[in-house]
Design a protein around this ligand. Structure first.
Ligand SMILES: C[S@@+](CC[C@H](N)C(=O)[O-])C[C@H]1O[C@@H](n2cnc3c(N)ncnc32)[C@H](O)[C@@H]1O
Length: 414
């Protein structure tokens, strides 16, 4: 038997009797997949690990608390033999052979009539890896191949386009703050499957270089918008490409719903009856301070953090931010799009009671190679921004958390 390769097959075990002998570590590892397959599982074992016991308590498996006895494998479709008693394992194997029950042996792959592959899952596909023959068995190698394939599918480095079940319509993908490693696994996979990508200036632009040549990459800032507003022109571009049956990814910086106008795009697509998938992203509001060594909350320092847009000055009638209330908060204030207006913002916060020596940090181009942090206080921030030539994009953090953090966190200015 050892000369021949195993024949790979997927067993459909739902409602079918599966017998597991031995309730130790092997059973603990294998049972979840058998439960997921819907098998009618009967465990025979005097003892079981706490996890296996919990599966029995939850009614996921039936447990007979005694050692193996001849006849236990009657009516089984499949058996997992994994007791610590080799004599019992051999006897059970012989019974399996008599009853023609496929059986896995944890202690002797050669004596088994079935092998368990190293398995992993990725978006509707099970990857199962088997060695060709018993002599070449190398479980670590098969597990490594499984991991490489599953990881590759998840992060998009292994491209296997869907032909029958491609994600239709538009995916609004949050690309994270800029570092290409900080996009989600789902976002990266959708990007790898796209026909058209409409990208913002912010976000992981390095990922665009990895896209195959047939993918059309459109810079959202360069879409001609004639009599339309820029956002309307972007919505129209999304709609147009989706209506051509293309798989469209709208790649946005951070999270699509944090000052990202993601819902406006989702609404425009809904009005046209175009399917829209939203993939959350890591928002710069938390990750950029974090990348510069600033936690937005810290025990005993800040029990809240508030994220606000600073794109209009506090005295601008279009502002929806209640700056006087924010001045009274004791927690952390995180300001996005605030570099140009930080002078007016700082004055307003101080005028409404925030101490002028409250620490402020500006983190420019966070998580990218160009990241830099500039520190100031509310009293000095306007001048510091000018002197240090701080430019957008930057996240501004106001509060005592600025002075928390590890000693080695980068600082370019006091
Ligand atoms: C239009 S908002 C989009 C925010 C995004 N949706 C998010 O969740 O991070 C753009 C602002 O986010 C901030 N920002 C985004 N990425 C940044 C980065 N890598 N470094 C510093 N600030 C960033 C800046 O304040 C920038 O002006």
């Amino acid at each position: 038997m050892a000369e021949h390769p195993a024949y790979p097959v997927g067993l459909r075990l739902a409602g079918r009797r599966v017998v597991v002998l031995g309730g130790g570590q092997v059973a603990q590892r294998r049972l979840p997949a058998l439960i997921a397959a819907g098998a009618d599982i009967h465990l025979v074992s005097p003892q079981a690990t706490p996890s296996v016991e919990a599966m029995a308590d939850a009614g996921e498996i039936a447990w007979t608390r005694r050692p193996y006895e001849d006849g236990d494998l009657a009516d089984a479709w499949y058996a997992l033999i994994a007791t610590s008693d080799q004599g019992a394992n051999t006897a059970a194997s012989a019974e399996a052979e008599r009853h023609r029950v496929w059986c896995v042996r944890s202690d002797d792959a050669d004596a088994a009539t079935a092998w368990t592959p190293a398995t992993g899952h990725s978006e509707g596909v099970t990857v199962a890896v088997l060695t060709t023959d018993a002599r070449g068995r190398d479980p670590r190698h098969t597990a490594a191949i499984r991991d490489a394939v599953v990881e590759g599918l998840r992060d998009g480095t292994l491209v296997a386009p869907h032909h029958r079940t491609r994600t239709p319509g538009v995916a609004l993908v949050g690309g994270g703050p800029g570092d290409p490693d900080l996009i989600t696994v789902r976002g990266r996979r959708l990007l790898a499957e796209a026909d058209v990508v409409i990208a913002d200036r912010l976000g992981p632009r390095d990922l665009l270089a990895e896209l195959p040549p047939h993918v059309e990459v459109i810079d959202a800032a360069k879409i001609p918008y004639g009599r339309y507003m820029a956002q309307e022109a972007i919505n129209n571009a999304l709609i147009e490409h989706a209506k051509q049956g293309k798989s469209v990814v709208r790649l946005k910086g951070g999270d699509p719903f944090v000052f990202g106008r993601g819902m406006e795009e989702a609404q425009a697509l809904a009005e046209e009856g175009i399917a829209c998938t939203v993939v959350p992203g890591i928002s710069s509001s938390i990750s950029v301070p974090g990348a510069a060594g600033i936690p937005v909350t810290h025990r005993g320092v800040a029990h809240e953090f508030t994220v606000v847009s600073g794109h209009v000055a506090p005295d601008d009638e279009r502002s929806l931010v209640d700056w006087p209330s924010l001045a009274r908060l004791t927690g952390t204030l995180v300001i996005l799009m605030g570099v140009d207006k930080i002078g007016r913002i700082a004055e307003t916060l101080v005028a409404h009671g925030k101490p002028a020596d409250t620490p402020v940090a500006l983190v420019q181009e966070g998580t990218t190679a160009a990241q830099r942090r500039v520190d100031a206080t509310l009293a000095t921030v306007a001048e510091t921004v000018r002197e240090q030539d701080v430019k957008p994009p930057a996240v501004i953090v106001v509060g005592e958390v600025v002075n928390v953090g590890v000693q080695s966190s980068p600082k370019t200015s006091e």
